[in-house]
Design a protein around this ligand. Structure first.
Ligand code: ZN
Length: 509
């Protein structure tokens, strides 16, 4: 990030130092990208060493005393500037990042790596064997790490606050709990009504024969057509799809391809495009600095969900584009139509598995994890009692009793690390997406008319103006208020879900 050295000499010097840190962190990120996409298996051992060295280097640069002194000087220099002044925002964001890195004792960082390193393979094995007992001691150690971590970060009321704040700056457990309580009160009856009264939807057409090369060609064209700039982007293949950016000129995505399921390619591509297009849209002035990122995990997820769900699972999108899809897969879709495809991709799955859940019930899977994570951290719930608590809440929230722990408490990788507080950002993303969408539709009539014609262009341009270009300048809650005129609530999402699933299921919800 370039600042005028004549006006802000110390902050400009800080920005220069941060640019170097950004270069090294990007190079480290590229090693990780390559590991997931291109690296031959034989490279694994050397890559572990390379990545460990790079991460030590990044840590050393982040916790460097000279950088800290520069940060203090810059803070004095920008004092009194408005919070949305980019120089002030740069200092705020850097302060958070540096303090987080400096507050963790080396011994803790080492133990965290060791415990998580052992917990991951133990989880893989326990899940394969459907044996929660084998994972339980590892989870207990991870929960203990989470408590310790919260202590280093510091908190006023609730240890969960400290962890949540890492992913969603400024959010508190009490706020999220209030939102989620309201959300579950609204969604549980909707999901029940669909379960009990909705006419069954057959999504078999998604599971026909879809040749992978045709999927790859289609996904590329799909990404381009929704506005993903492929001169500043790239689509790779990975087992667990993700987006990774190395500056706004290089925002990449990965997708996975199943020969008998086209949904992963279409919606995975759209989802990751949303993430990548957020960062492609940041202000060029923020290049090589920490502001050229999404405002928070929740905001980031809001943009991926917007592209995947609000755009990609909308009726207009498929009415306009089904012909193209059919032309790409004539043997699979020769006898299908746009309405059937739209319903199939919006089927409410009623699955015990989070990643298989639909747009509606997905949020309830998150509510469950949010509740249980807090109970574990507070010590209100013993690890040994977790499977029973999980199954009980699944029945209450989703009406589903998981047939096994493999399809229940053991399904997610997240608890092999002390990353408590991350799960809620998935559902916050859905809420933010719906609220931004409603504001965009109200502000510009072209948003709805473009979408009805299958194009997110006007929507994305509104989001670019109100969200993307600002990068990390605003705190997430402030950005939402600024863009939509009110604090984050559940109304937009609930209204959207009622209309959408009422249409899909021909129900008055
Ligand atoms: Zn995502």
């Amino acid at each position: 990030m370039k600042l005028d050295a004549a006006v802000l000499p110390r902050t400009a010097a800080l920005a220069e130092r941060l640019a170097e840190l950004h270069d090294v962190a990007s190079a480290a990120g590229l090693l990780a990208w390559d590991r997931e996409t291109n690296m031959p298996p034989g490279g694994s051992e050397a890559r572990i060493a390379q990545m460990a060295t790079m991460s030590r280097l990044v840590h050393r640069m982040t916790t460097d005393d000279a950088l800290y002194a520069l940060l203090d000087d810059a803070a004095a220099e920008v004092a009194g500037r408005a919070p949305d002044d980019p120089a002030a925002a740069l200092v705020r964001v850097t302060r958070r990042h540096v303090d987080d890195a400096r507050c963790l004792p080396e011994d803790f960082v080492r133990r965290r790596a060791e415990i998580s390193g052992r917990a991951h393979p133990a989880w893989v094995q326990a899940r394969a064997d459907d044996d929660f007992g084998a994972f339980a001691p590892h989870l207990a150690a991870v929960v203990e790490l989470g408590r310790e971590l919260a202590g280093y970060y510091g908190y006023a009321d609730d240890p969960y606050d400290a962890l949540l704040d890492r992913f969603e700056e400024g959010a508190t457990t009490a706020q999220v709990r209030a939102l989620f309580d309201e959300l579950q009160a609204a969604l549980v009856p909707i999901a029940r009504a669909i379960r009990e009264e909705g006419r069954p939807i057959d999504d078999g057409i998604l599971h026909r024969d879809y040749p992978v090369p045709a999927q790859q060609a289609y996904a590329r064209e799909l990404a381009r057509s929704v506005g993903y700039d492929l001169d500043r982007g790239h689509i790779g293949t990975a087992v667990h799809p993700f987006a990774a950016s190395f500056g706004r000129g290089d925002c990449r995505i990965t997708t996975r391809w199943y020969p008998n399921f086209v949904g992963a390619a279409i919606f995975g591509t759209l989802h990751e495009c949303g993430h990548a297009m957020y960062e492609q849209g940041t202000d060029p002035a923020f290049a090589r600095g920490p502001l050229a990122r999404g405002a928070s995990s929740g905001l980031h997820e809001s943009q991926s969900r917007t592209m995947e769900n609000l755009v990609g699972r909308s009726r207009g999108f498929w009415e306009a584009r089904f012909g193209n899809l059919q032309a790409a897969f004539p043997s699979a879709l020769g006898d299908a139509d746009a309405d059937g495809f739209y319903r199939a991709v919006n089927k409410v799955q009623g699955s015990p598995i989070r990643v298989e859940a639909d747009e509606l019930t997905y949020n309830l899977h998150i509510v469950l994890r949010f509740e249980l994570e807090q109970a574990l951290l507070r010590g209100d719930l013993a690890v040994a009692d977790l499977p029973a608590a999980w199954n009980e809440r699944m029945v209450a929230l989703l009406g589903i009793a998981p047939p096994s722990d493999r399809e229940g408490v053991l399904q997610d990788v997240h608890w092999t690390r002390p990353s408590f507080g991350y799960f809620p950002t998935y559902a916050l993303g859905n809420l933010i997406a719906a609220q931004l969408f409603q504001a965009a539709v109200a502000a510009d009539p072209a948003v709805a008319s473009d979408l009805a014609a299958g194009s997110p262009a006007a929507l994305w341009s509104w989001l670019g103006e109100h969200v993307h270009r600002h990068g990390k300048v605003y705190r997430p809650a402030d950005l939402v208020v600024r863009a939509t005129g009110r604090p984050l609530g559940v109304e937009s999402f609930v209204r959207y879900a009622r209309a959408k699933f009422g249409d899909v299921y021909d129900l008055a919800l």
